[in-house]
Write a protein that binds this ligand. Structure first.
Ligand SMILES: NC(=O)c1ccc[n+]([C@@H]2O[C@H](COP(=O)([O-])OP(=O)(O)OC[C@H]3O[C@@H](n4cnc5c(N)ncnc54)[C@H](O)[C@@H]3O)[C@@H](O)[C@H]2O)c1
Length: 364
């Protein structure tokens, strides 16, 4: 029984997200339904090219579509203008036309990069997101943010470009490294804390080794949070900021450890613990709920301790630097209870310093 589609509605139009095991098998029918009958340009993460992109191309060919693929080297270092330029040459050199479609098969890196290339080639080609990481399924493939990194910072060059369809085939997760999967669960838990107490409770009751059908349902519920937020607010601010829960100190930890040493989701998990402690210190969140959040993160194999070797002063300085960029105010996303969060810009620096000083540290 397929799960009901989620519909994303933006001023630029609306589109569906479909979630379930084996959905890539029916991709040709979905393209036909959307009127995408031109050529198909599949941009895929190199790690899954042989295992997932090649069979998908075969399926598209069998359906009579003209399709070709490009393998993007895995990892954040591919999300830049140089790789985008290679993709422009591939598309334009291959005679791409306005009626063609770009398919992005991979995690957030592939989705952001391919999305940006689709947004900017011939002033905008149709885009279909085919996320293959848990993070991409519940977050990055939705909402239309695309972009690449600049040497001076992440995601500084980009465009809003909504996909025509997001199709999340949960079977693709079978090959995802366990650490990447755990990092994805941090985002799912985050969605429960900021918006959906029922999702949080389902996660508390979940068997860690659950099947594709159960994972599909949880992904749908977590993606629905992003959809709700994006539907309210396509271009940032207000509700969309809630998705940054755990990010303020999480980003500082990610950067201080050196990008890649701590995965984004792992840093967000630690950032959620610290933000919840700040909320406790502000008198707006309870000790009991803080412990529920911590237990759920631990149950999913996520640490809530700051990695050894990161100095308090460094973390605070990085957080403060963030503050300078935003005209002197840090917008902290803080939980008020499981299922609801608010944005606060009146958190005293001294409280942040105290929470960081008292936080648990890993010993290695
Ligand atoms: N656009 C947005 O709204 C948005 C939101 C959040 C994050 N992001 C971006 O997303 C990126 C992170 O995304 P991510 O965590 O998916 O990282 P990623 O795309 O780098 O994927 C993580 C790793 O998993 C591998 N991989 C992907 N799918 C696989 C599969 N099915 N089997 C085996 N290996 C697989 C990749 O090769 C990579 O090594 C960042 O660049 C971030 O800026 C964007």
């Amino acid at each position: 029984m397929p799960l009901p589609a989620l519909t994303i509605t933006t001023p630029a139009g609306s589109y569906d997200m479909l979630i379930g095991p084996g959905l890539l098998d029916s991709l040709p029918e979905h393209l036909a339904r959307l009127g995408l009958t031109g050529r198909v340009w599949l941009i895929a993460d190199a790690a899954i090219y042989a295992g997932q992109a090649v069979p998908l191309l075969a399926r598209l060919h069998a359906a009579g579509l003209s399709a070709q693929g490009f393998a993007v080297p895995s990892g954040e270092q591919s999300k830049n203008l140089a790789v985008a330029a290679e993709l422009y040459s591939w598309l334009i050199g291959g005679g791409v036309e306005r009626r063609d479609a770009v398919l992005a098969l991979g995690g957030g890196v592939t989705g952001d990069l391919a999305g940006f290339v689709a947004a900017t080639t011939l002033r905008g080609l149709a885009l279909v997101q085919l996320p293959t990481t848990l993070l991409a399924m519940v977050d990055s493939a939705l909402g239309g943010k695309t972009g690449v990194n600049h040497p001076l910072g992440k995601n500084l060059i980009g465009a809003f470009h909504q996909p025509r369809l997001v199709l999340a085939d949960v079977r693709t997760l079978a090959t995802l490294p366990p650490r990447e999967l755990r990092a994805g669960w941090a985002e799912v838990i985050k969605h429960g804390v900021i918006w959906d107490a029922g999702l949080f409770e389902e996660l508390e009751g979940r068997q860690i080794a659950c099947d594709d059908a159960a994972i599909g349902k949880l992904i749908r519920r977590a993606a629905a949070v992003k959809v709700a937020v994006v539907n309210i607010d396509e271009r940032e601010q207000a509700e969309r900021m809630l998705l940054n829960y755990g990010h303020t100190l999480g980003h500082a930890i990610e950067a201080a450890a050196g990008y890649g040493a701590v995965l984004h989701g792992e840093a967000v998990a630690i950032g959620m613990e610290l933000a919840a402690r700040i909320a406790l210190g502000m008198g707006m969140f309870s000790q009991g709920e803080l412990e529920r959040q911590r237990s759920l993160l631990h149950k999913n194999g996520l640490s809530t301790a700051i990695p050894a070797g990161l100095a308090d002063a460094d973390l605070l300085e990085r957080t403060l630097r963030d503050k300078k960029v935003k005209q002197g105010t840090i917008h902290w996303v803080l939980p008020v209870r499981i299922g609801a969060a608010v944005v606060r810009s009146d958190v005293p620096d001294a409280l942040v310093a105290e929470v960081v000083a008292k936080a648990a540290r890993t010993t290695t």
